[in-house]
Ligand binder design. Structure first.
Ligand SMILES: [Zn+2]
Length: 102
């Protein structure tokens, strides 16, 4: 028996029970830093994200009527509030950033 499909977005209904009615997409490596840094969501290798988090424009229109994510698609809908919005003190935010882009 495969494990139930669940969404790795904590605020998503599909993260608790799984729901086979929804399409689940494997988490791309490119999404992981964004999810971690912006939302504090850690997605492991087997994580999936359900279709609720993607705008319609992020899907290619297939002749068959099936949905296929564009390679440039990123999850943007029904995500938890970005971490920065939870922090009142801007200076504290700056001090907690320890990864230099240089
Ligand atoms: Zn979801």
């Amino acid at each position: 028996m495969p494990p139930p499909r669940r969404c790795c977005i904590p605020v998503c209904d599909n993260s608790k029970n799984g729901n086979s009615k929804h399409i689940f997409h494997a988490v791309k490596n490119g999404w992981k830093p964004m999810l971690k840094n912006l939302y504090g969501i850690s997605c492991n290798g087997g994580s999936k994200i359900c279709e609720k988090h993607f705008e319609a424009s992020m899907y290619a229109n297939m002749m068959t009527g099936s949905k296929r994510l564009l390679s440039t698609a990123v999850p943007s809908l029904q995500l938890p509030p970005p971490l920065a919005f939870n922090t009142v003190d801007v200076e504290t935010t700056a001090m907690t950033i320890d990864e230099s882009p240089f």
